[in-house]
Design a protein around this ligand. Structure first.
Ligand SMILES: NC(=O)c1ccc[n+]([C@@H]2O[C@H](COP(=O)([O-])OP(=O)(O)OC[C@H]3O[C@@H](n4cnc5c(N)ncnc54)[C@H](OP(=O)(O)O)[C@@H]3O)[C@@H](O)[C@H]2O)c1
Length: 278
């Protein structure tokens, strides 16, 4: 149990997998009341069982954060079941790797709807109650990709950069109500989302989950996990040409589209240019 977090009510989106599921388990061990939202309810139920075994209370609510009605229902269900929300952890996210010339309309829309609009709508739904109680904490999960972008991740990175700026404006707006706003920027974490990545270091998912709990205990504007990515972000800000050259030398990372079965989307490299075509 954790004196500062015990009994607190947290809503976690994307709780069926990866960082969200690992964080939910730690919240259970801290004695928190955990509302788990995402689309795959079977997985959510499994995570909820683990949270209860660890000492927490749970509510499972099937939620597609890209659907405005689902977002409203999640927040209402949490308030009706537990009375209020202390912490909103807007963690659900989707990522695709696709060349800009090939990314589909559906992939663009889904990335923006899930990663950016989902977070904005969740926050809007939870805020009136937090404002009325003059207390609450909104935690977003952006990414180091919001400040340092790899090839074939431009749309994903745009949504994550958007979240980062969203939290800045939100923080300054809701401060007067005693509401905290924090943004967690993970680097490469070992989760299903990054299973396609080879030859790059991945931090254990529990490191990210511990960072979430640490931010819940002590709100901070921005936390980068692992911390060494701060150096990468600073290098990219101050020496972009150097980073362009370094990235050009890195092995290509192909990301599978989870909606496309075993197909890769938009990732097949173009045929090599023949020498006389240039
Ligand atoms: N892993 C990394 O290296 C890394 C780095 C930077 C940032 N992040 C961010 O960290 C967050 C968690 O990612 P992860 O690595 O834990 O990935 P993950 O294991 O693939 O989990 C993603 C979670 O988001 C949920 N989700 C996706 N689309 C959703 C939707 N439309 N509605 C509701 N839930 C949705 C998924 O649940 P359902 O499929 O059940 O809906 C799943 O629980 C994401 O925002 C991601 O962008 C991850």
């Amino acid at each position: 149990m954790d004196e500062r977090l015990q009994g607190k009510i947290v809503v976690i989106t994307g709780a069926s997998s990866g960082i969200g599921a690992a964080t939910a388990r730690l919240c259970g061990a801290a004695g928190m009341r955990v509302v788990l939202g995402s689309r795959r309810t079977e997985l959510l139920e499994q995570v909820a069982e683990e949270v209860r075994r660890a000492g927490g209370e749970t509510l499972v609510c099937r939620t597609d954060v890209a659907a405005p009605a689902d977002v409203e229902r999640l927040i209402r269900a949490a308030e009706e079941h537990f009375g209020h929300i202390d912490i909103l952890l807007a963690n659900a996210g989707a990522g695709y790797s696709a060349r800009m010339a090939e990314i589909t309309e559906e992939q663009i829309l889904r990335t923006v709807q899930t990663n950016l609009l989902g977070v904005i709508r969740l926050t809007r739904a939870a805020l009136p109650m937090m404002i009325a109680r003059r207390s609450g904490h909104v935690i977003t999960v952006s990414s180091v990709a919001g400040g340092f972008v790899m090839p074939r991740a431009a749309v994903y990175a745009a949504t994550k950069a958007g979240i980062h700026r969203f939290t800045e404006g939100l923080r300054r707006e809701v401060r007067e109500y005693g509401i905290h706003v924090s943004d967690v920027m993970p680097g490469i974490i070992d989760t299903p989302m990054t299973s396609y990545i080879r030859n790059l270091p991945k931090a254990p998912v529990d490191d990210a989950a511990r960072a979430m709990l640490s931010v819940m205990r002590r709100p901070r504007r921005c936390v980068v996990v692992p911390g060494w990515y701060r150096v990468v972000l600073a290098l990219n800000r101050h020496f972009p040409a150097l980073m362009d050259a370094a990235i050009a030398r890195m092995p290509s990372q192909e990301r599978r589209d989870p909606t496309a079965g075993s197909q890769n989307t938009g990732n097949s490299p173009p045929p090599p240019r023949s020498k006389d075509s240039s």
